[in-house]
Design a protein around this ligand. Sequence first.
Ligand SMILES: [Zn+2]
Length: 432
Amino acid sequence: MYWEKDIETMDRRELDSYQLNKLNETLQLAGRSPYYRSLSRREELNFKEIKSIEEIKELPFTTKKNLQDGFPYDFLAVDLKDVVRLHSSSGTTGNPTVVYHTKEDIETWENLIARCMYMTGVREDDIFQNMMGYGLFTGGIGFHYGAEKLGVLTIPIGPGNSARQIWFLRKFKTSVIHILPSYALRLYSFFNEMEINPRKDLNLKIAFIGAESHSEEIRRKIEDLYGIKAYNSYGLSEMCGPGVAFECPCQKGMHVWEDHFYMEIINPDTGKVLPEGEEGELVLTTFKRRAMPLIRYRTGDLTRIIPGTCDCGRTHRRIDRIKGRTDDMLIINGVNIFPIQIEMILMRIPEIGHNYLIEIRKENYMDRLYIKVELNEEVFIGTLFELEKLQVRITDDLKSELGVTPVVKLVEPSSLPVSEGKAKRVYDLRNN
Ligand SMILES: [Zn+2]
């Protein structure tokens, strides 16, 4: 049983004092790592006991750059002999971000994922096909261990190879999948080609979608195409991996597991903590990580805390879907735009297919936003007049949301490039 009622519905005041204890534990533990020890030597961090959780605001932030500079072992708070695994991000510049786990960390993590999956209704008799990447990336392995812990038959198929995915889905009557949202849409076009209707011909009931920021519209589309419930999952390798926050059956935001993490939302420019409901950067402190405790880690992910309590009865607060990363924001002729705003508009238009691409170019010293949009099969064979009308409508919708007039190009279904891993849909060509 992975419904931890006492913890998940803990009285708020009780949860606060639980967190205070855990925070003091984390501070003591972090003090064993060379990085945090050096902060305390420079008097930037004080390891004295904290009396109120509010005092966390006075502690310094930890950033991705700190982790990179501390490569390879500066954040390790235990002896190397107690470490059983590492995960690492594929850093394109500088050192990779490496995260270490003790045996206890792995167990804590798998229990956390089991809790998430159980919450959405996954049980021992389910068949789970894990279409996420395995390896240094935490998405695949995290769910794998959690599902096994729950006692679910787990198929470690990994991403890609759509024909094989579909064969497994059918032969083993898979009921639960873990999939990138962009891949869920792409896989659907394979079903179409093979004239299989996932709603009728499969046994699917639940999908976990995460690792890419995506709009509510994309989630609804996936639910509709497959006839399933799709739950949003949030995590990052620095905290453990997936399992940091997860949607309950109410699907109104993701519960952050506050017995494991302390969350704050800050203004990314000033570092000031923002009140509930306001959008900013998510900052997390670990409570149960042993190998590598982190204090006030700046995730770079933009979201907000959803005010109020959830109908499911859980007291752990919820965050909204991730709007993007602080570094995803595009500034087009002085106007701030997040790619997810564009996706939200596009996916509301039924004539649009499953893929789109955003390009920003510099023309005559001005920024120009190009959006290529795949049409769906039926619309593509429409008349030229109809297509022109549709193009105008899409442009108008985008203009009123973004405050910038894009150049919209309608393209054939399945004609835009797709990537094996996370979707790359934004190409900023201004510096080329
Ligand atoms: Zn809930």
